[in-house]
Design a binder for this molecule. Structure first.
Ligand SMILES: C[S@@+](CC[C@H](N)C(=O)[O-])C[C@H]1O[C@@H](n2cnc3c(N)ncnc32)[C@H](O)[C@@H]1O
Length: 418
């Protein structure tokens, strides 16, 4: 199929990346900005590795769940592809991702998939990764490295939105080349800004960072530039995270869940499904202890937690020690966990999933329960197939709307030995 071709088609579904899958008489084309059931006119703009991409020229028949996006930047930025869908339609689309991942697997009744909504549809993000590139400050456009200049973003928690304004003001004219800007809620109302770039920066940037660390809600700045291994720091760069009734300490720049209210529901669900009381528990990808602390509160001496990021391991140990909770936290590869006899495995891998763990480690079969927390339903589906082939069946599947307006989904699936 040539590019720059105008076509009409019908949207069959939303792909996991958030693009509409448009069926045309010349094949399937991925196009941002359309919804299932809509008849659209599109321009094919790209053909890359078998996937055809296009641009929406017009919607000829509109889906009933279509709404006007509340953000004026929605179509230019591309970071919130579902902002054009009403909450009920967003829910259907994302539940569909989870149902697809579990379809036809033992035990899976896809009609029983549960949905946990986010109390906030905007202003929910407690951390965000933005970028700069030769004078443009904003988000990298979906599927590209191009930075779209964004003055404000409505999904950021209010302190992050205010910190973004300050960062643009103080660093806008100073930063050279390109790089990444991470905004993280350090404690209620306070923000830490992390900058990393391969490009050496002029002295003015260091002065601007010092000023930024004292501006508005910003309490600390870390800058890693050029060949420097250790970042330069100004102000306070340690983070605390409220999770349920707990306050957790986190290393800046490490992993933390993006939406506090949904994270609370996630923790509650993981602990409930793990049934840790009286059980021996293996927790993989434990980070700074988001699930470890509440699990250890119920399975004090029989919890082994594994994490590869050293700073997160230290934070996890400190979070347990502050509460006098006993658990063994090991720095290592979750794909090769400590040998032992476990009743329960809880895992929360990055997007790549846990294929090596299930194919190579010999962990399964053994544990009675596997609680799989996933941020990518594509790798989840692949891994669930491996787990069920080892003699397990699905008995719970729950979707958490951690990232409203986007196509990202957090989900939890429990498997029990058949
Ligand atoms: C999605 S985060 C989950 C962290 C934690 N469960 C939480 O809720 O905050 C995934 C974690 O897995 C860690 N990780 C990634 N690959 C790993 C591996 N091969 N072995 C151990 N940990 C790994 C990352 O450093 C990160 O902390």
């Amino acid at each position: 199929m040539s590019t720059d071709l105008r076509l009409e088609g019908v949207v069959r579904a939303i792909g996991r990346g958030g693009d509409a899958v448009v069926e045309t008489d010349r094949g399937v084309v991925l196009v941002p900005g359309a919804l299932p059931g809509e008849r659209v006119e599109i321009l094919v703009t790209q053909r890359k590795r078998g996937a055809r991409r296009g641009r929406l020229l017009g919607v000829l028949e509109t889906a009933s769940g279509r709404v006007a996006p509340p953000c004026p930047e929605a179509s230019r930025c591309g970071g919130c592809p579902l902002m054009i869908a009403a909450p009920a339609l967003q829910r259907e689309i994302k539940l569909g991702f989870l149902r697809e991942a579990c379809r036809d697997l033992p035990g899976a009744d896809t009609t029983l998939a549960r949905w946990v909504p986010s109390p906030l549809g905007s202003g929910y993000r407690r951390r965000a990764r933005l970028a700069w590139d030769r004078g443009r400050f904003g988000y990298r456009r979906l599927h590209t490295r191009r930075v779209v200049d964004i003055e404000s973003c409505m999904i950021l928690a209010p302190p992050l939105a205010a910190a973004w304004t300050e960062a643009r003001l103080h660093l806008g004219g100073a930063l050279r080349g390109e790089g990444q800007i991470q905004l993280e809620l350090a404690s209620p109302g306070h923000v830490v800004v992390g900058l990393s770039t391969r490009d050496a920066q002029p002295p003015a940037v260091f002065e601007s960072c010092a000023e930024l660390a004292r501006s508005g809600p910003v309490v600390g700045v870390a800058l890693r530039a050029g060949e420097e291994v250790a970042p330069a720091r100004w102000g306070e760069t340690e983070l605390t995270l409220r999770s349920g009734a707990e306050t957790m300490v986190l290393p800046a720049g490490g992993f933390s869940q993006a939406n506090d209210a949904v994270n609370e529901a996630l923790i509650e669900t993981v602990v409930k499904l793990a049934e840790p009381r009286g059980a021996s528990v293996l927790e993989l990808h434990c980070g700074a202890g988001n699930f470890t602390v509440p699990l250890a509160a119920e399975a004090p001496s029989r919890l082994v937690a594994v994490e590869q990021d050293r700073a997160a391991v230290e934070a996890c140990r400190a979070n347990l020690a502050r509460r006098k909770l006993g658990a063994r936290v090991t720095a290592g590869d979750a794909n090769d966990p400590p040998r032992g006899s476990y009743d329960v495995v809880v895992l929360d891998p990055p997007r790549q999933g846990a294929r090596t763990l299930f194919e190579k480690s010999g962990l399964l079969p053994g544990p009675k329960r596997v609680v799989y927390v996933s941020c990518d339903t594509a790798t989840l589906g692949r891994d669930l197939e491996l787990v069920t082939r080892s003699g397990y069946r699905i008995d719970h599947m729950i979707a958490f709307d951690m990232f409203p307006q986007t196509a990202h989904l957090e989900s939890v699936v429990r498997l029990v030995r058949s």
